[in-house]
Write a protein that binds this ligand. Sequence first.
Ligand code: UDP
Length: 422
Amino acid sequence: MFSSTEKHIALISCHGDPAAEIGKEEAGGQNVYVRHVGEELAKQGWKVDMFTRHADANLPTIVQHRENCRTIRLTAGPQEFVPRDELAEHVPAFVQSLLKFQRQSGVQYRVVHTNYWISAWIGMELKKLQPLSQVHTYHSLGAVKYQSVSTIPMIATTRLDVEKTVLKTAERIVATSPQEQEHMRSLMSTQGNIDIIPCGTNVDHFGSVSREAARQKLGIASDEQVVLYVGRFDPRKGIETLVRAIGQSQLRNSDKLRLMIGGGSRPGQSDGLERERIESIVGDLGLAGLTQFPGRLSPEELPIYYAAADVCVVPSHYEPFGLVAIEAMACGIPVIASDVGGLQFTVVPEKTGLLAPPKDEAAFAAAIDRILMNPDWSHQLGQAAQERVRSKFSWAGVATQLSDLYLELLAQQSKPVDQVSA
Ligand code: UDP
């Protein structure tokens, strides 16, 4: 039906570089999502160009990940790190760079999948200049995020406006969970075409290491009880809640309890400051002896840390999807997560883990104790968690659903105008 040349897609991720090292600076779930979706689409016959902002002059302009899948870093603003809330002024330059790239390579993308609101804006501007269908994934909704933060940034009005407009004008919106769709409907607009396609994970990579091998590698005895956090150091991630919960745990005085807080940080930057703040709470609560900060975990280390743990805790104040939860589940360990957003979709309480109200240290402490004190039940939760991820959240399955969506949009473009539904 379509020649391979027509199956050409641009994924735009202005601030989340798909070729970046994950787990430090602002690189998290969005980078992972775009990179894996891109690679899987290429396996399924698409030519995939992933566009991001060139944020480090030492990095190459083009990174070829595999055949037909590459990251292209476009010049827009200084070639240095710029926080995402300050990227709006570089939107016109990004659009111009993308147009130039198209001219030079002789390609004009007919389907553009944008990620996060800055890229939504880029997609909307590009659409004014050439015919294309826009697919958008939010990764985070300003309308929800601003409910849970104490200081609303200057950029909020622009962001909320762009997010509402793209909901109404994009050919298709991808919500990654029913909860995200519900937020769009209740807080933003009843207009717009929304499909629910979740985020995914590499089910072979995660789950490839046994508990015994992982513990041996990390020097953890078989009778130790390990509580794990993985993610960025950001106050929104709620690491403080986890630390305080450990402080309230009935097991805190047992010499078998161990808390591991994995994630990268840069001294003096926002994530470095959050790590210092967390370390000082750990110190104040007298938990330094049982707490470890292994730093940024590489893709090779992640399955080992998850497999060595008894439980993974995701205490976010707000989480649109939460990749860490499904990575841990794919490794066969139960997850205790905040009862918010996408975590309500991925974690099935009492079946694959437990949910607790965000910021509720006592509830997290009780959940941690329940899991650690009932190893047989905890093992059952872990098995069910692994099954759930294998059946619902593989990257290949996610990419197939996206591919079907893009093909539908391409087919609509080639129909005469009067046959295209509004
Ligand atoms: N991550 C990593 N190394 C680390 C910390 C995090 O590779 O040291 C990865 C983690 O495995 C996950 C992503 O960063 O794939 C975080 O995604 P999530 O959706 O959980 O949170 P976000 O960062 O998008 O808020």
